[in-house]
Design a protein around this ligand. Structure first.
Ligand code: ZN
Length: 213
């Protein structure tokens, strides 16, 4: 495999170029395992110092952004200058010619390299698994919204799910109108404006109002 070493603001960047789009998760498995096998410390996983690996995430959800990085031969936003690859003359023409001549990594090669490997334990992201209801509880008299909806994502405060009432009329295709407070899942809200009564009715769990005395 060819890799290209580029100067940077602090130290350098070692690039591996793909012949086609490659899965971040698979690139990360390769780079982490290779670095650790060579005894190169990788930042994270308990280490404060070491190389940094990009991309930093295995995957992104719709609408999420990964970490920004200056692209090869791009101008650094902080220093307002370019950094060159060591192996070619410091002109854009020579640099591009050098990059064009490098062998690019294909997906099938990458898959051969990582066969049987996974991301080293210490570097696996700590993510709470989404709450998936198994059976609706009959032994608990209290209504629990999380027993009835499958969450699609999570942020610092809320689980997000398809609003059952919206879904009933063909809305909420993206499945995130319903916010359910993580701290106290008894609180939930449809951002399209469905009422609690409508949501409960859509789930076949209408709110029983006490008969007036
Ligand atoms: Zn709704």
């Amino acid at each position: 495999m060819d890799a290209a070493l580029e100067q940077s603001r602090r130290g350098g960047h070692l690039w591996i170029f793909g012949a086609e789009p490659l899965l971040a998760s698979e690139c990360r498995i390769y780079v982490y395992n290779l670095a650790l096998r060579l005894g190169i410390p990788v930042k994270g996983g308990g280490l404060k110092e070491g190389i940094e690996v990009f991309p930093r995430q295995d995957r992104l959800e719709d609408g999420e952004l990964g970490n920004a990085i200056r692209a090869p031969i791009g101008v650094h936003r902080k220093t307002n200058r370019r950094y060159w690859f060591y192996e070619a003359e410091p002109t854009p023409e020579a640099q591009f010619a050098y990059l064009d001549g490098l062998k690019k990594l294909t997906e099938s090669e990458l898959r051969t390299f990582i066969e049987g490997m996974s991301l080293p334990e210490a570097y696996r992201p700590v993510v709470a698994a989404p709450y998936i209801p198994t059976v609706s509880s009959t032994q608990f008299p209290e209504f629990r919204i999380l027993d009835y909806v499958r969450t699609t994502r999570k942020d610092s405060r809320n689980w997000w799910a398809k609003c059952p009432s919206c879904a009933g009329v063909g809305r909420d295709r993206s499945g995130d109108n319903l916010a359910i407070q993580i701290k106290n899942p008894r609180f939930y809200k449809c951002w399209a404006g469905c009422t609690k009564e409508e949501i409960r009715a859509a789930l076949g769990q209408p709110i029983h109002t006490r008969a007036a005395v």
